[in-house]
Design a binder for this molecule. Structure first.
Ligand SMILES: [Zn+2]
Length: 248
C-alpha cells in the first residue's frame, strides 16, 4: 500500500519554479508511518525529472546496469552471507550441505522413517534442537543428561541441566515425556563432534562466500565510476530548507 506524504518538514522550489520539492513523513491506509519521504510536487517537473542521489535527473537517464551474471551472483551470495551471521543453526545450513549432513547426523532408521512417513520437518526440528543443545552444553554435561533420561521414568525425577532441557523441550514440542526428550539429547551426544566440525565448515563456507561476493561486486561495479561521472554531470542539485511549523 502506498504512503502519502502529508507532513512537509523541508522543501524548496522545483526547477521550473511553479511547484516544490518536499521532504517529510506520511502514512498509509493502515496508519503506518514512513519518515524521510521525498517527492516532486509539480506536474511539469515530475514528468521531466526523477529523484536521484544528490538531486534530480532527467527521467530518461538510465539506472546503473552492471554485468547481469555478476548481479545474479551477488544476489545469491548476499543472501547466503546475510543469513549466516550469528547463529549457524540447521535452518541456515547451506543448501548444498543439508543433504550431506542429514545423511551424517541421522541414523539409517531415522532416514528411513523420515522418507516413509514424510517426517522431514520433525527430523529437521529434532536436528535443530539437538544442534542447539550442542551449542549450549558441553559433551560431558549432555552425557550426564542422557544418563538421567535413560534412568528416569518421569520428568519429575530430573534435576539440573536435564530438568532445564526437558523444560526447553516442552516449550518447543508441548510435551515433557522422558522418552521424547531423550531423542534430541541422544542426537546431540552422538553428533557432538560432527556439529562442532560443521560450525568450522560453516565459517569457512561464509568466509568463502564473502570473498566471492567481493569479487562479484567488483565485476558488477566495474563501470560505476564512469556512470557516476555521467550522472553527476546531468544532476540538478537542490537544497531543501526547513519549513516553519504552523504552530510556531
Ligand atoms: Zn516544476
Amino acid at each position: 500500500m502506498s504512503y502519502e506524504l502529508e507532513h512537509v518538514e523541508k522543501e524548496c522550489l522545483c526547477p521550473c519554479g511553479k511547484g516544490r520539492i518536499v521532504y517529510g513523513w506520511g502514512t498509509n491506509d493502515w496508519n503506518q508511518v514512513r519518515e524521510g519521504m521525498i517527492e516532486i510536487w509539480c506536474s511539469d517537473c515530475s514528468e521531466k525529472y526523477k529523484l536521484s542521489k544528490g538531486g534530480l535527473l532527467p527521467k530518461e537517464f538510465p539506472e546503473y546496469e552492471g554485468d547481469k551474471d555478476a548481479y545474479n551472483e551477488m544476489y545469491k551470495l548476499r543472501d547466503i552471507v546475510n543469513n549466516y551471521q550469528g547463529y549457524y543453526g540447521i535452518r541456515f545450513w547451506p543448501d548444498e550441505l543439508i543433504e550431506k549432513r542429514r545423511q551424517l547426523y541421522l541414523t539409517q532408521d531415522e532416514i528411513k522413517e523420515d522418507q516413509n512417513n514424510n517426517l522431514e520437518r520433525n527430523f529437521a526440528m529434532a536436528l535443530g534442537f539437538s544442534k542447539k543443545l550442542a551449542d549450549d552444553f558441553s559433551l560431558e554435561e549432555l552425557k550426564e543428561v542422557q544418563r538421567q533420561l535413560t534412568e528416569s521414568k518421569y520428568s519429575t525425577q530430573l534435576v539440573g541441566n536435564a530438568k532445564d532441557i526437558a523444560e526447553r523441550y516442552k516449550r518447543t514440542y508441548k510435551t515433557i515425556k522422558v522418552s521424547k526428550v531423550i531423542i534430541p539429547v541422544n542426537m546431540a551426544v552422538r553428533n557432538y563432534k560432527a556439529y562442532k566440525e560443521s560450525d568450522k565448515e560453516d565459517k569457512r563456507y561464509i568466509q568463502n562466500a564473502k570473498k566471492l561476493l567481493k569479487m562479484a561486486q567488483s565485476i558488477y561495479y566495474k563501470d560505476f565510476e564512469q556512470y557516476e561521472k555521467n550522472r553527476k554531470s546531468q544532476l540538478i542539485p537542490f537544497e531543501l530548507r526547513d519549513v516553519r511549523s504552523c504552530n510556531d
